[in-house]
Design a protein. Sequence first.
Lengths: 392, 294
Amino acid sequence: MSDLQSPAPSAGQVTEDAPTVATAAANAPSAAASTGRSLLPQSTLLRHLVLLLLGAVAAVVLLEITDPFTNSQLATLSYYAIAAGGLTVLTGMNGQISLGHGALMAVGAYTTALLLQEPADALPLPLILLISVVTTTAVGALVGVAAARLHGPYLAGATLALAVGLPGLAVYFHDQLGGEQGLRVRAPRAPESFESFIDLVSGASASSTKWLAYVGAICLLITYFLLANLVRSRIGRTWRAVRDQDVAAELAGINLGAWRVLAFVVSAAAAGLAGGVLALVVRLAAPSGFTLVLSLSLLTAIVIGGLGSLLGALLGSALLVFLPPFVTDLGTGSGLSSTEAAQLAPFVYGVVLIVAMIFAPAGFVGTIRMRWLTQKAKRSAGRAAPADSSRG
Amino acid sequence: MSYFVNVTLTGLTQGMIYAAFALALVLIWRSTRIVNFAQGSMAAATTFIALALVQAGWSYWLALVVALASGFVLGAIIERVIIRPVEGGNELNAVIVALGLFVALQAGIAIVFGSSFQSFPAPFGLEGFSVGDRRIALTPNGIYIIGAVIVTMLLLVALFRFTRVGLAMRASAFSQEVSRLLGVKVGGMLTLGWGLAAVVGSLAGLLIAGGGFVYPAYMDSLIVFGFVAAIIGGLDSPVGAIVGGLILGLALSYISGYAPRGSSLVTISALVILMVVLLVRPGGLFSSTTARRA
């Protein structure tokens, strides 16, 4: 991101270098790690395991106390959040923008849809999702090799072409991929153990909507657990080094290209899983489901939440799911027709993207964390000053 | 043979439109180092303004002038209000702002003008000329498209070469600090540059709409083609943008005309062409820069 050799021409006035500071704040170790005053364990793995467990409990409670409609909304949230999590690792951690994640989701969704065309339950669901992830990872590696040489607007343009172009292949391979109509997906039936589990927890009926919501939640938790560990590991640190100081990173012996490709591959794997879950939840894989707007929505989610923060990606995805119905209601309430009101949500996304980038480039999580860090710095400075004077 | 000629002629006409659109991107890139991903939506907005005027009974030419003028105003306002705060900062932020603008404008068009397909009038006939007893794919409207783009380009060349404003614009694109020291109002030049680019982009939008259908997202593929054409030309060079547009137009026309079911392969081939160009010559075919850009 920071290009040392060719300083960008400054226009009008010199803008403050907020974004770098902001992403740094978003990526700072969490409160628990730095202060040691928290209840969470010190070890990264243990801390994430505890969070995973808490997340699982929260997911079960949330899915059991809400109605079926909210359940399906939460299923939608899960695939947005999985894809946004992958994208935030790519864009926030490694500084590569991708507008092509909608297309990568399409790869995952079509793979899942094709595998589910088989009569009866030929393959177990986890295996199907795993195959989708592997396929998308392969495509992602291919794109990543090309993307590793590009940066900024070039990368944005190339991935934009991917997002617009790839769904066209579904039309070209009409016989296999179903053309414009797409492939219908027969949702797999829930296993018996799930029914008895639901019976045990709440005694509610174990509908197929609920099963899919659980599948989404499980995938989401696993993805975020893996990504969180990755980000806090040597790999995550190397990505940040590549993002912030590419020349220094290269001098330190880091192979920039290989690490950029790796970031893209990890991100593509998440997008593939998200696509698989999408195919299950929507029960359709069609070109119209993977428009440019999908890719741009994912970008909106991670920018609003805060680039580089998994929590931010989750919050941003929640906004993608719960904002449109709210805005659409507002629109129809103020006299717009339903088709016009449906366009209000993307309109709001766009405006929010612009406003967020101009006024709070750190996003929601980043801004709050930055506040918190400044407060802490002030407090420690306040404590240090009297100590110095007493000594002198 | 006549099929080949027809495919070539179609490619040239399409290529001219891509060239105009790529030129709009290059104009903005040269002055502010931003790829304006919102160009397509901006052009769609002015096209819909023209369509509304035509439907209200205005003549095509009057609507064209009003649409181009509104394109200028739109471009200038966007530069001043939205782009100025992110200019010269982190390049990712500028890209994201442009994308936000892209989404917001497209949705705004759908809210104001509706999202259904509407036919857009062409000022000239859409029947091909006859050569002997054969009909070729060159239509009066096609000649109008080629002519309009060439005239616009000549006007731009004249502006940049022979006027003081053009000199000031070139100076501020070359070095903002030096220009400011020499008394050029760089901010104003950037606004003017965005306005002009929006006019060229709007023209491309109006030309491609002529005789076809328009809907809020009808420019989505054109932004990809325009970007690819600009990259082939190196993003920095107006001549490169035009040549890139023509190369792309011809290539896509041949693919669409000769490959089986080629029309559904057009956008993906643009992606392949883009990738090949970026991997072989990351700076584009016409770049003169030695610094790494891609």
